[in-house]
Design a protein around this ligand. Sequence first.
Ligand SMILES: [Zn+2]
Length: 69
Amino acid sequence: MKNKMVPIQFPPNIDEMLDNWASCAEENVGWCLLCDGPIRSEKDLIPKTTTHNCPAGLRLELRADRPGR
Ligand SMILES: [Zn+2]
């Protein structure tokens, strides 16, 4: 029973984060809710995931304990 996705936990300051995203002048493909920073391209993601390649994202992926590929 390890193939479940990890539930998303919305941070309490999500409004603020969305504001930051909306006012972000940099080109980006998404916003990382873990480090509150722009995801600039697919290369900013951990390979084979949709998680931002940042320290917090890496921790999340380690916890997610995905089935091996
Ligand atoms: Zn991040």
